[in-house]
Design a protein around this ligand. Structure first.
Ligand SMILES: Cc1cc2nc3c(=O)[nH]c(=O)nc-3n(C[C@H](O)[C@H](O)[C@H](O)COP(=O)(O)O)c2cc1C
Length: 184
């Protein structure tokens, strides 16, 4: 059983990204245990934590959770053709202090989404650039851009469209193979 930390780039109560992440948890193959790791309690990264300020408890706990994960799934909306600060902050927080980057060498998957048809493509690319540089082994095929996300869910928050459910379940199977290649 591999532990996969799921990071969601929105703290909005009715966030589509959150709904998508919740659906992934139930669509994942048995050998992947997906756990949504909250990032909305994290303070903004402060490099003074590496010198004269104490590191907040939430930061220590988050770094530990990322360190213990076997892999990552990032579910992000797009803000102004980039990633929301929330998810970029989480990436920065667990990349430090120097020499203690918690992301490196582990498998990852990015899923961007938007009500619009460009599907968060800008956010996807920018997140790819950051976490790729940190050494996350990103699965690059299939690319997961979910457009029209506002029309995807039923009243219980479940994906109502069978073909999207199948696409996500199949992508998670491929991610399972990818994880098994990178984690022994
Ligand atoms: C500050 C801000 C900037 C946004 N910029 C974009 C954008 O560049 N591209 C896009 O497709 N949607 C953009 N949107 C719309 C979001 O896709 C939409 O609000 C979405 O529901 C946010 O994700 P969530 O449902 O997970 O909270 C923006 C929304 C906000 C609040």
């Amino acid at each position: 059983m591999k532990k996969i930390a799921v990071l969601v780039g929105s703290q909005r109560k009715k966030s589509y990204s959150k709904a998508l992440a919740n659906n992934l948890v139930s669509l994942a193959p048995e050998s992947l245990r997906l756990e949504i790791v909250p990032i909305d309690q994290l303070p903004f990264f402060n490099q003074d934590w590496e010198s004269d300020l104490p590191t907040p408890k939430e930061v220590e706990e988050f770094r530990q959770a990322i360190g213990e994960a076997d892999g990552f799934i990032f579910v992000t909306p797009e803000y102004n053709r980039s990633v929301p600060a929330l998810i970029k902050n989480a990436v920065d927080v667990a990349s430090r202090p120097p020499g203690q980057n918690k992301w490196g060498g582990k498998p990852g998957l990015i899923i961007s989404n938007s009500p619009g048809s460009i599907s968060g493509f800008g956010a996807y690319q920018i997140l790819r650039q950051s976490v790729g540089m940190l050494g996350v082994r990103l699965m690059s095929f299939p690319e997961l851009f979910i457009g029209g996300v506002d029309k995807l869910f039923d009243d219980e928050g479940k994906i109502s469209n069978e073909s999207t459910r199948e696409f996500l379940a199949d992508s998670l199977k491929k991610f399972e193979n990818w994880v098994n290649k990178h984690v022994k």
